[in-house]
Design a protein around this ligand. Structure first.
Ligand code: CUA
Length: 345
């Protein structure tokens, strides 16, 4: 934390230096040209002022050299800024492949975070240094925006659609996190703290006091069984619905001839609006789960499906085997069991 009057928030991520350098360059460039132009205006006004009441202005032809020079130089500067800015932008939006995946849900007016091992936090987030963290986010109601000034990263959180941001913290400490999109009466209270810890302290924290559910994938497996998904989506295949083993990240052929990638957004839509994308060779018999599964539970179901193996990879061992199968007849959706929504301060 800082005291006094800081010009910049603390720089505590791998991106911070890059964003600041770009920003400082932009400000310095703007200041330089503002001063240059203002000084030139004053200089010319004094130097070429009218000296006697009957003085008449002379004829003036623009200098081609001057025109070309002050076109080419600014063009070079803005192109340089464009490529530099684009480079920082792409670094900012493409998480490294080894990123740890956290989920966040925004709702009026709080942030909920969940770690892959099941730890849940509200308006607080614990992360280790030296590890890229990817946050997959969704809103339960209106637009929010998750902002970590010390990491120089911010991303809108949108109802009905997943967005992501990533950062790699570099410096242990406690930093602000904000909602940066006006979202109603208590928008200004939708704030919290991110606690950056050394990897050792983070391990202790994971093992210790944090309120933990099951790991996300295992919780998703339980849910998959308790709401009856496994009666049709038989993992070994041969069910009334496609097996979900290895489907994550794969191209899926639909009945309408289109091909889509089975990413988190596709899976979410398939659960909430099953008729939207029916897999080729199957009937549109799946009931909708709209309004019956919370966004947090959707994250868990997706974590479970992901743990069944990504395209080209082997199934991850994380997922517990699905609990006792529901009766085959139970195709109708069942509300998720109470108690999965426990909240801690
Ligand atoms: Cu949420 Cu502003």
């Amino acid at each position: 934390m800082q005291s006094g009057f800081p010009l910049f928030p603390e720089a505590a991520s791998t991106m911070a230096g890059q964003v600041d350098a770009l920003y400082v360059f932009l400000v310095a460039m703007s200041a330089f040209f503002s001063l240059l132009i203002a000084a030139s205006v004053v200089y010319c006004a004094v130097r070429y002022r009218r000296r006697s009441p009957d003085e008449v202005g002379g004829s003036f032809h623009a200098s081609m050299v001057l025109e070309v020079t002050w076109t080419i130089i600014p063009l070079g500067i803005v192109l340089f800024l464009f490529f530099w800015g684009a480079r920082v932008f792409f670094l900012q939006v493409e998480p490294p492949a080894n990123a740890l995946e956290l989920t966040a849900t925004g709702k009026q007016w709080m942030w909920r975070f969940q770690h892959p091992e099941g730890q849940r936090e509200i308006n607080a987030l614990h992360v280790p240094t030296g590890q890229p963290i990817r946050v997959e986010m969704i809103s339960e109601d209106v637009l929010h925006s998750l902002y970590f000034p010390a990491f120089r990263t911010k991303m809108d959180v949108v109802p009905g659609r997943y967005t992501t941001l990533w950062f790699e913290a570099t410096k242990p400490g406690t930093y602000h996190l904000f909602c940066a999109e006006y979202c109603g009466t208590q928008h200004s209270g939708m704030v919290g703290w991110v606690e950056v810890m050394t990897p050792e302290d983070y391990e202790h924290w994971l093992a210790g006091g944090a309120a933990a559910d099951k790991p996300a994938a295992a919780a998703g497996a339980d849910l998959f069984a308790s709401i009856g998904c496994n009666t049709c989506h038989v993992e070994q295949g041969g069910g009334r619905a496609p097996s979900l083993r290895g489907v994550f990240g794969k191209q899926v052929q639909l009945t309408n001839g289109q091909t889509v990638v089975a990413d988190a957004s596709y899976l979410r839509r398939s659960i909430l609006e099953p008729p939207a994308d029916v897999v080729a060779g199957y009937q549109p018999i799946m009931p909708t789960y709209k309004g019956q599964i919370s966004e947090e539970n959707l994250f868990k179901l997706i974590a479970y499906i992901k743990s069944l193996g990504e395209a080209g990879g082997t199934p991850a061992p994380a997922a517990a085997p699905a609990a006792a199968a529901a009766p085959l007849a139970a195709v109708a959706p069942v509300a998720p069991a109470a108690g999965t929504e426990g909240v801690h301060p």
